[in-house]
Design a protein around this ligand. Sequence first.
Ligand SMILES: [Zn+2]
Length: 60
Amino acid sequence: MYIYCCFKHIELAFEEIIEEFEKAPLLGKIETKNKLSTTCKYCDLPATYVVSNECTHTEY
Ligand SMILES: [Zn+2]
């Protein structure tokens, strides 16, 4: 599970992952080249961060 979010909504994304999976989420930064097509889950700003529940390598 990946949640894309802007810098304002990192905490919301963290809470969502923690509630659903009951473990600490991972925070990653979205590469600039991918930014344009991705918007925050909680607002219309471009997503800058991706919060995931996966412990293995992240790909985005
Ligand atoms: Zn946002």
